[in-house]
Design a protein around this ligand. Structure first.
Ligand code: AMP
Length: 130
């Protein structure tokens, strides 16, 4: 069965899209640790990051770099953290999280955002992509 992220990639369910290229998509995490928490996802569905072939992994890191630097330029924070977990969604994704303190990195402290806040921050990050 297709992962929930494949359904997003195919346009079957909505997302707050930040960036896209031929092989990747970035969209906001729906249950964010902090405003601007973004997921970078390869379009090819692979469960675990270390099962990706090396070239696809490096391409994902390159895409994540572009998105992370756009987040850093557009979302107030001390720095942008990067985490890979995958316990909830078995489709490789890189979490990019604007960090102001350790609690933003814990996945135990969530922020609640209005639809318009998701839309605004996704747009703002997108405008800072180089
Ligand atoms: P994990 O697999 O543990 O790295 O966590 C998966 C992440 O995906 C969680 O932070 C979820 O909030 C996020 N997530 C799950 N479904 C969606 C969705 N439909 N749109 C955006 N983010 C999602």
């Amino acid at each position: 069965m297709a992962s929930i992220f494949t359904k997003i990639i195919n346009g079957d369910i909505p997302c707050y899209k930040v960036a896209e290229d031929d092989d990747h998509i970035a969209f906001l995490d729906i249950n964010p640790n902090a405003k601007g928490h973004t997921l970078c996802v390869p379009k090819k569905e692979v469960d675990k990051i270390w099962d990706m072939d090396k070239e696809a992994y490096l391409n994902l890191m390159d895409f994540s770099y572009k998105v992370a630097t756009a987040i850093e330029s557009s979302v107030p924070c001390e720095r942008v953290g990067m985490t890979v977990i995958g316990l909830e969604v078995p489709h490789v994704h890189v979490h990019l999280i604007p960090l102001s303190s350790m609690k933003n990195a814990t996945f135990q402290h969530k922020v609640s955002l209005e639809k318009t806040e998701f839309e605004d921050v996704a747009k703002r990050i997108g405008e800072h992509l180089k």
